[in-house]
Design a protein around this ligand. Structure first.
Ligand code: GUN
Ligand code: ZN
Length: 445
């Protein structure tokens, strides 16, 4: 008989968020334990607290992974990313519609081949783990094969992922088109196969208004009605030429947002990528329906789409639920640290501030709330799933050098991490309690 695996605990400087610092003020928004311990059990956090008190409760055979000086946080969450675009990232010289045609649609056609999709899914999820991202809302391609490959790899890694087959039945190359009825059937089959399997969740994924007919958007609404606990993800109001083209294709709609609204696609489980150029009436509807606006700063800058207005999103009259995301491959990094850095710079260009504490709230609990998953992920509360990362603010020579002048101030340390950090600052990643990156992973291999 094999003896049960010894319990595992993670010791370090534990930081977890309790609420949005922009709402509660800084002090009430987080819990920080200078010498903290997380005791893991069955993929979850059994207990979190002071190491001094908790160490004494561990059995003698417990394994304590100790990261002195490092910050232990909940894994990052990326609320909008495209796994078929790992070889589109860093494509030169185009804005949205040309970028899609010249680069993106070319690569996405390759995902009809299951072995290509499987290879890229493996690369993509590995890259997320290296960057400390443990959950993401992911676009696949129009091919069911791409969804099967993605979820199979995510299941194998036991990651909590949200993903879906892209629906597009017009204005794209023939190799990327489905039909309203076919897209519905395939999505329904994929929902039955994957939604709720282990940690996997499905998102109905009409790409954007330009690539779906009315019949297809109607079918997307029908999928949501038939499967009330799945997500919806799409793009909204990213680029002025896109918005003009939507106006022409849907002349009866009052706005871009209204196109989706007419088909019942707004709601608390609906994620709208970009939302840069919204009119007040659109923001009102998104707010009323508790839809989520997802800010993708590296993408918005790289594709030249515009500057998201973080302050306007918090307008007291109609506040928006918010997500923060990479949008890789329109976005230029897999790293949520790089993403936070660019969000800060977009704020600078608008005369707005994004404090480090709020940025790290957004990467963790904020994005968990955007996905309605705050009781599963995004914090280190006992009972949460043990998706945990370990951050090193001295990971590079430049960071270590800068940290010489940060004397024990947590907010300054976080700002160094988000401004200078990237994958090199992720010292360890745990997925459902299992190390997938860092010394404990290397030792287990
Ligand atoms: N709009 C429609 N498709 C896409 C996409 O793949 N990336 C971005 N950034 N915007 C889109
Ligand atoms: Zn996108």
């Amino acid at each position: 008989m094999t003896s049960p695996a010894p319990p595992v605990a993670i010791r370090g400087r534990v930081l977890t968020f309790l609420d949005d610092p922009a709402i509660t003020g800084d002090a009430a928004s987080y819990r920080y334990i200078e010498d903290g311990l997380l005791i893991l059990e069955n993929g979850c956090i059994r207990e979190a607290g002071e190491a001094g008190a908790l160490l004494a409760t561990l059995p003698p055979n417990a394994l304590v992974h100790h990261y002195p000086d490092a910050l232990v946080m909940a894994g990052f969450i990326d609320t909008h990313i495209h796994y078929p675009q790992t070889q589109v990232i860093a494509s030169y010289g185009a804005q949205l519609l040309d970028w899609l045609e010249t680069y993106t649609y070319v690569e996405e056609q390759k995902f009809s081949a299951p072995d290509h999709a499987a290879r890229i899914a493996d690369f993509f999820l590995g890259e997320l783990c290296r960057n400390g991202t443990t959950t993401a809302a992911v676009y696949c391609t129009v091919h069911s094969e791409s969804v099967d490959a993605f979820f199979a790899e995510s299941m194998r890694r036991n990651m909590r992922m949200i993903a879906g087959k892209v629906l597009m039945d017009r204005n794209a190359p023939p190799g990327l088109l489905d039909t309203a009825a076919g897209g519905y059937e395939e999505s329904q089959t994929l929902i039955a196969r994957w939604h709720g399997q282990g940690r996997q969740r499905y998102a109905v994924t009409p790409r954007f208004a330009l690539t779906s007919t009315q019949a297809q958007l109607e079918a997307a609404g029908a999928l949501l009605r038939a499967n009330p606990d799945v997500y919806l993800q799409t793009h909204l109001s990213e680029n002025p030429r896109e918005i003009e083209a939507v106006r022409k294709l849907f002349p009866k709609a009052r706005s871009y947002t209204d196109v989706y609204d007419r088909f019942g696609l707004l709601g608390p489980r609906s994620l709208f990528g970009h939302c840069i150029h919204l009119e007040e009436a659109e923001r009102t509807r998104l707010s009323e329906t508790e839809s989520v606006a997802v800010f993708c700063p590296t993408s918005n800058l790289f594709i030249g789409s515009g500057l998201f207005d973080l302050h306007q999103a918090r307008d007291r009259r109609f506040p928006l639920r918010l997500g923060l995301a990479t949008d890789m491959g329109g976005g230029t990094s897999y790293s949520m640290l790089r993403t936070a850095a660019e969000a800060y710079k977009v704020g600078q260009l608008r005369g707005q501030r994004l404090p480090a504490l709020r940025a790290f709230y957004m990467l963790t609990l904020g994005n968990a709330r955007a996905l309605g998953l705050e009781y599963q992920i995004g914090t280190l509360a006992s009972g949460s799933e043990a998706d945990v990362i370990v951050l090193d603010a001295r990971a590079t020579t430049a960071m270590a050098h800068r940290m010489e002048t940060v004397q024990g101030n947590l907010k300054d340390e976080l700002f160094v991490l988000m401004t200078l950090g990237d994958d090199r600052a992720i010292r360890a990643t745990y997925v459902a309690g299992t190390p997938v990156l860092g010394p404990a992973f290397n030792a287990s291999g």
